[in-house]
Design a protein around this ligand. Structure first.
Ligand code: 13P
Length: 249
């Protein structure tokens, strides 16, 4: 039985005091929560938030990491640095990094392998653009991203990988995939992972849904058999709305 895994992606939001306050509120609100929780915090506030979530049931995540080790890489943040301050998880392949920054599947794959090799958990985001969906290519895009981004990742390492299916057209738009549409793609992704690895790996992998998930629609999405959690953007920026999603089940 897969555990529900609810994660908040704070993206480029909050100042330091607000980040600490939100983290404190979440630690108190979720202390009796039954599910797995993570918050993806901007780099500069990770250290401050690490002090708040230490010893709690909320994992600390970064929103990116370098594909290389420490050295002459101006502006980059390494897995070593993230682990040093108590970070356990990293969100990789987010569509905002793919489409705003231009990250390729090749680079995302390097980051995934580096993070896993160095002992971090990975939330790998995949998902199609509206034009892909309209052209009937949503499944092909997800299959390609899964194959490319997980290339070289072993079946054992898959225990530390979570997939977040985030249709790009649903992110921050208020448009959510219908539960049936989301379920269909989640099932497709799980079947694809079975082809890449095994049924056992596919049965165990957590697949989160992301894209305008909020307290009002969380239940119908989480009711779907292959939707195992959420990666939440806007609704993760307030204790009240994130807590409600976290406590849907
Ligand atoms: P929203 O919940 O704001 O649509 O963002 C989803 C997302 O991109 C999470 O990574």
């Amino acid at each position: 039985m897969r555990q529900y895994y609810i994660a908040g992606n704070w993206k480029m939001n909050k100042n330091k005091a607000e980040a600490v306050e939100l983290a404190k509120g979440l630690v108190a609100a979720l202390k009796d929560g039954k599910n797995k929780y993570m918050i993806g915090v901007p780099y500069v506030y990770l250290d401050a938030v690490a002090q708040v979530v230490k010893g709690s049931n909320i994992q600390l995540g970064a929103q990116d990491v370098a594909a290389t080790s420490n050295g002459a890489h101006t502006g980059e943040i390494s897995t070593e640095m993230l682990k040093d301050i108590g970070c356990q998880t990293v969100i990789l392949g987010h569509s905002e990094r793919r489409h705003e920054i231009g990250e390729s599947d090749e680079l995302i794959n390097k980051k995934v392998r580096k993070a896993l090799a160095d002992g971090l958990d990975v939330v790998l985001c995949i998902g199609e653009l509206l034009s892909d969906r309209e052209a009937g290519n949503a499944e092909d895009v997800c299959a390609f991203q899964l194959s490319a981004d997980l290339s070289g990742v072993t079946a054992e390492q898959m225990a530390k990988v979570t997939i977040a299916y985030e249709p790009v057209w649903a992110i921050g738009t208020g448009k959510t995939a219908t539960p049936a549409d989301a379920q269909a793609i989640h099932k497709f992704c799980r079947d694809h992972i079975a082809k890449l690895y095994s049924k056992d790996v596919a049965d165990k992998v957590i697949i989160q849904y992301g894209g305008s998930m909020k307290p009002e629609n969380a239940q119908e999405l989480l009711n779907q058999p292959d939707i195992d959690g959420g990666l939440i953007g806007g609704a993760a920026l307030k204790v009240e709305s994130f807590e409600k999603i976290c406590k849907t089940y």
